[in-house]
Unconditional design. Structure first.
Lengths: 328, 268
């Protein structure tokens, strides 16, 4: 078995944050007695990612996703635990390590704000010490894939959010990194642009064989790109496995949509939750009862059409967090 | 992937210049501050000399003018702004993008400095010439002093840059460096000879200046070009600069290792 591209073992990060009550008097008091609180942003998280794998890293705001990505990319020094990325210890930030990774943060500009996009490309060519022929080849390829042609001469500050994100992704991949840490790469983008970025990431993964760890609040990103997901909540790992298994494990219901020959039939005996829209009835049934209910519906009612659906992934994730919240 | 630092430096230098071209007005306003301060001090000291019968210490009117004009140029060549900026960088998460790239951040700051200095020379040299024409300085350095002035200014720049960069790293602990910057400015104003030639300070302050890095950041190159130093004093000054650069570099590296390990990478 090949060595994992990313390996975390009991990885933890604790922040010490100042804390005080609001108001001038409390501000003055804090000058003399400074109160701090330890926040355990990531608690003993362990996982491995194989080379070439695309993994979704999911969790609500403040779950510890970005902190974990920052430890994996060498920005943050872990409080405890072990982390190896491409057999490097990220926090040492050795050139050999930084040459092989990239970190894209959806809400943060990493280009030269005042200058045309092409200048940011030139900057990265120099910093990553790329040969001009390789650089020109990569730029041509990225320009074509992401349709950057007209944007190259535009100052970064004049780009729209979608245009800027396309350029951010391109400039971050100029050195053809083997590991991509993508933190909300489609944040704030319209649906078309989200799809474009998603397609591009998938193509890059195929072409280069790069490992991708992706955080996103858009489940469409995760469904399109990731067979495997890691779910984290309040700094702790909740789930690590295939996306389909997550749905199996955490979705307690299935949705049955029935089109009937006529309106006005009472289906309340088939499920607790029933919504009616003309002759179309939607029933929410426990997963274990789905097959039996489907059989009864077909046998007992004038059914024109019937479909059984898994709940949307957003609902499943919500279910994961709400279950965890209840248990804590 | 095997291109050297020459390419990095040339490319980044060009980009820094391009950024500054975008902010021409800001560059000129900064320069006004740099020019006005020594001119004000010069006028004050000329008045003092006049009140004392034409001389203050062993400085007559011509040498006071020469002192502050050369000081203006040396201060321009050696000043940095990174200590002030460092607090903002830490608070805003600016370092997030920089630290994941394979280039130590101080290279960018050196280049930003050099780019600004080169660009601003186009303004500050004509201004210095105009002031020299109007105030008539007495400046007749020996040729060897002129030759030694160039490395002295370069070493002064690195002495000042390394100390101010290392001090700026305290932003990783105290977050806001504007107060520290102001305190530092008070020290450098007195002990680097910017407020007055060091010879005019009380002996105790002169001793402190000589044992601190400040004298070697500004006063030493200025006095060298004014022809006030012997070859022995010049060699001693250059040696002190090299010593303080070594100390500054070690302090900067140690502080950087500690600072970056406590970096909390604020902002997403």
């Amino acid at each position: 078995m090949s060595m994992p591209a990313i390996r975390c073992d009991a990885l933890s990060k604790t922040y010490r944050v100042p804390e005080r009550e609001p108001g001038l008097w409390n501000a003055a008091k804090s000058l003399i007695h400074r109160r701090t609180r330890d926040v355990e942003a990531v608690q003993s998280v362990s996982f491995e990612v194989a080379p070439g794998e695309v993994v979704g890293f999911l969790g609500p705001n403040g779950a510890g996703k970005t902190t974990t990505l920052k430890m994996l990319s060498g920005l943050l020094n872990p409080s405890s635990g072990q982390v190896r990325v491409l057999d490097h210890e990220p926090f040492r930030r050795e050139r050999g390590f930084l040459q092989q990774i990239t970190l894209v943060m959806g809400n943060r500009n990493q280009m030269v704000w005042d200058l045309p996009v092409a200048d940011s490309f030139a900057r990265n060519r120099a910093i990553y010490r790329l040969q001009r022929t390789d650089f020109n080849e990569t730029v041509a390829e990225l320009t074509e894939l992401l349709d950057l042609g007209e944007l190259m001469a535009k100052p970064v500050r004049n780009l729209s959010l979608g245009e800027r994100m396309k350029c951010e992704v391109a400039v971050a991949l100029l050195h053809r990194p083997q590991i991509l840490f993508l933190d909300e790469p489609t944040l704030g983008l319209d649906v078309t642009m989200q799809r474009r970025i998603r397609t591009f990431i998938a193509e890059y993964n195929q072409r280069v064989g790069a490992t991708v760890l992706l955080t996103s609040h858009y489940m469409a990103d995760v469904e399109a790109l990731c067979k495997r997901v890691i779910v984290i909540h309040q700094g702790q790992l909740l789930f690590d496995g295939a996306l389909v298994d997550l749905v199996q494990q955490f979705a307690p219901h299935k949705t049955i949509v029935v089109d009937l020959e006529r309106e006005g039939l009472d289906l309340s005996g088939y499920a607790d939750s029933v919504s009616v829209d003309g002759s179309r009835v939607t029933l929410l049934v426990p997963k274990s009862a789905a097959a039996q209910t489907t059989g009864r519906l077909l046998a007992e009612l004038p059914v024109v059409d019937l479909t059984v659906e898994e709940p949307p992934i957003e609902e499943v994730i919500e279910q994961v967090f709400s279950q965890q919240h209840t248990s804590t | 992937m095997s291109r050297g630092f020459g390419d990095i430096y040339l490319t980044l230098f060009g980009l820094e210049l391009s950024v500054m071209f975008q902010y021409r007005a800001a560059v000129v306003i900064w320069l006004l501050g740099l020019v006005l301060q020594p001119v004000v001090y010069m006028v004050v000291w000329l008045r003092v000399a006049e009140a004392k019968g034409g001389k203050v210490g062993d400085f007559d009117a011509g040498s006071i003018v020469a002192y502050f004009l050369v000081m203006m140029l040396v201060n321009h060549a050696t000043f940095t702004w990174h200590m002030f900026e460092m607090g903002w960088r830490v608070r805003s998460g600016f370092y997030n993008a920089i630290l994941v790239q394979p280039l130590h951040p101080w290279h960018r700051d050196v280049l930003a400095n050099v780019a600004y200095k080169v660009l601003a020379l186009g303004v500050i040299l004509p201004v210095a010439a105009l002031l020299a024409w109007y105030f008539e300085p007495t400046l007749q350095p020996p040729l060897w002093a002129v030759a030694a002035f160039v490395p002295a200014v370069i070493l002064a720049f690195f002495t000042r840059f390394l100390f101010e960069w290392a001090l700026g790293l305290l932003a990783f602990w105290i977050t806001d460096t504007s107060g520290l910057n102001n305190l530092y400015m008070a020290f450098i104003l007195i002990f680097s000879g910017r407020l007055a030639p060091l010879d005019l300070l009380p002996p105790i302050l002169q001793t402190i200046a000589a044992w601190s890095p400040f004298e070697w950041m500004v006063a030493f190159p200025v006095e060298l070009l004014l022809g006030r130093l012997t070859p022995e004093q010049t060699m001693h000054g250059l040696a002190m600069q090299v010593l303080w650069i070594a100390i500054g570099f070690a302090v900067m590296q140690l502080t950087w290792v500690r600072a970056s390990s406590r970096y909390s990478a604020v902002g997403a």
